[in-house]
Design a protein around this ligand. Sequence first.
Ligand SMILES: [Zn+2]
Length: 1014
Amino acid sequence: MVRYAMSLILAGCALGAAAGPVTEAGYARDPQQAVDQSYTSKIAEYTTDPLGRSPSATEAMDGREGPSFNSPLTSYLPASATVPTPAKVLGDVAGAPNMLPYSKDVYRYFDMLAAASPRVKVYRIGKTEEGRDMIAVAVADESLLAGLKDNDARLAQLADPRTLGMDDAKAEPLIAQAMPVYYITGTIHSPETGAPTALMELAYRLAVDEAPYIRKIRSKVITLITPVVEVDGRDRMVDLYNWHRANPGKTPPPLLYWGHYVAHDNNRDAMGLTLNLSRNVLDTYLAWHAQVLHDLHESVPFLYDNTVGDGPYNAWVDPILTGEWQQLGWDNVQQMTKFGMPGVFTHGDFDTWSPGYLMFMAAMHNGISRLYETFGNAGADTQERILDPDEYARTWYKPNPPLPKVRWSQRDNNNYEQTGLLTALSYFADNGTQFLRNFYLKSKRSIEKPDANGPAAYVLPGDDAHRGAQAQLLRVLQAQHAEISRASAPLTVQVPAPREKDAKSDEAKDKSRAKTVARTFAAGSYIVRMDQPYSRIADALLDRQFWAPDDPQKHPYDDTAWSMGDLFGSEVVRVTDKAVLQAPMEPVREAVRVAGRVHGSGSVYAIDNNADTALITLRYALKDAEIAIAEKAFAADARHYNAGALLVRKVDNAAFSRKLAELGLDAYALTSAPDVPSHRIGTPRIALMHTWIHTQTEGWWRMALEKLGVPYSYISTQTAAREADLKSKYDVILFGPVGVGSSAAILNGTPMWGDPIPWKVTALTPNMGIDQTDDIRPGLGGDGLAHLQRFVEAGGVLIAAEDAAKFAIEMGLAPGVSLAPDKDLRVVGSVLKTVVVDADSPVSYGYGKDFAAYSAEGMSFKISNLIARGDRLPTAKDYKRPTGRGGPHDADMPEGRVGAEAPELPDVKPWEAVPLNDEQLRYSVFGPRVVIPENLRPHTIVRFAASDELLVSGLLQGGGALAEHAAVVDARVGKGHTVLFAINPIWRGETIGSYALVFNTILNFDRLTPGASK
Ligand SMILES: [Zn+2]
């Protein structure tokens, strides 16, 4: 400790003595412009000193001696006679301690700023899930703002070089005239609280400051600011902080809900675009034809520009972009180091693989993605912070590392955020022409993809039975602003020949790989051309991913795979044959919809089942209709229907037609009722149960239900603890992944130390809703567990996934099921192939023989006919012969007596239970109470594929541990079922293809045992 302090003091002295003022001439303020003295002195007061020196001591040093948590750029505020400073709204300066503004106060300030300055304009860019506004604020010279329209017309042409005939000579004058747009977004992560005030002050500086470098920024760059990205979460966070201020010494609740559905994962939605904030930011970014999307976060000391990051880089970004990351990142480090600000670095260990981050919208749309992590205290308290050794250690990319122990304030955070952004904007203004040329080139290279690396296009076949999933996938691409076309006639192109499985030699395998075959796609097939400006995002989403198991990066930052065709269950064909681009096709201008209708009229209508999510929507929408489900495939009027097809009777025809059209489902009137076993389905009563530990991962399930119009009650584990008779209220309880991993935590909740911790709407905390409790600490508890047990015994169905499934197993709610050992297995958010084992189970209706599923960490199950482990027979495969005569496959023979034939060992598959033998069933003091009665034994519905075909996309190492093990299991308790998912069927709006496993379970909750109805 002493050694560190000493070296820092020495470093400070050396810098002070040798370098003189650390202000670079380029960043000098305008000496003619008056300074707002009271605001400026508050900045000094709230900025802490890195070495704990007193304010008077640092003032005496005239800011010349580093290190400092402030810079010459933000240590003063210029005065204005007409334009209000943030203090007008905040009552104090930006970054002041003990105070966080609500979104409405942030907006009030920007509106005041726009009213007072011709250099500021405010735009409403959309609403949040809870109806709050999102805004974007443009700041630039008044002449630039007056000419926005013309400037945007120039940028639009650079963004789509097809409009210039791909002619560089035509681009050059536009590059020379246009001004770039630099888009900054704040506080997507609600506990990261500093950005709104930092951006208020930044906008003021950009509008008012007459420093030459600011005048340069103002005249050469349009700065666009969304001060609050997660607006619903911001207001909840301010509530929480106000509660903390009003209850000193008490433990505040964690921020259990950020946005309406998800928390931290709001920054993983840039692929699926399921959240309003994602669509609003992307639409704004593209409408402005911006060049940069710079997102502000606060979890790393003191400023980490993480876009430079570490490998592996996303495989679909333009190499020009990766150069821009380095350029901007290292310049930032250099400038802030010169200002004497410690702990500014880039590189780090963040891999830039997944395109799910908000900032990555720019990377995938020919712009530049950037992300700052500054340091934050999750609120506005000024606090002592002790860093981890790996945070303050010096490394090659962190030559001026953060200090080991600091007193840190929200103002410090605001200084870093603003200084970083101001130097970045200044650099961008200096190099605007270069960045605009890059923007044009990246756009052009996106269009040239078919002639460069390819592919030429992706084709989504017009005859894919998964029409609903296909349309949903295409609508995601449209939301990404990718262009979609539709074949107006059949088209034939060369596609890779199917891999020859039996090819013996490597040479034969290579040959089969190089071979192509002609494939004809029906008229109406969808074509995503790669000769378009936004080909990159379509390519990244539709292609497959491969993360090498021995990649030097051992800690993928997020999912390693997302291949959306696989996860949506929609066939996507990657076509490199450029002939595809010559096929007759029409651009699709409207949102892709499946045309659905009633065909014919009669008393019974059949709707086929292809695991379409619209089926459950229809069931709940037509509450009064009589709907049965066919238990077997059948043919009627020369049309084939899969098991699970709906048979609809007694339906209001007008409402039926309307719903079919809306949902894109076809219903065919049957001339006679089909001769197929069927059972009626009602509208099961659903509860979705959450814990008071984490709500995020279930949030994706909640969102899926709401978007599909499936009614449910939102209950907590505490509700289950209170309600003795859950079955009287619910038929199905969904227990989605909790993300806590510990069954003890689910059972026990948070330790009951100290005072109750409320999550409640009160006058002080008006936004802390969604669900409420007086005390978040109690978990499910023994009572809740008993109630859940009774619920299932009485015929209810509990659906549990990932760690909730582990909980159900460990708590005895799934007798005979255990987690398969995962020794040496590595799966990190991968897409894996699964196989339907029980095609008669209603859970697998509409699934055919195999499909792709999302596995977070490679969980899988084993099933047994016994409740106790350890007394199961070895299988023929497990058994290893002892040392003895002969070879490994011969039988050993004891000497000197006649040999005895051993009973044959069972030959079972990894997803099956080992059959019982007489030894296990005989009377003994140990058994047969461990034998599960036949009608209560678990069975596997879906398993993972064999090792050699398990990996679809992403990272898989040691897959043998997972191969062929159970992925979805139906376990029996009394009259009910616990249906366990080792995969996560509902994840980030990306796994549409596996949603129906859950919906099938819901709709058939009382008929889950195949063959139960006659
Ligand atoms: Zn963050």
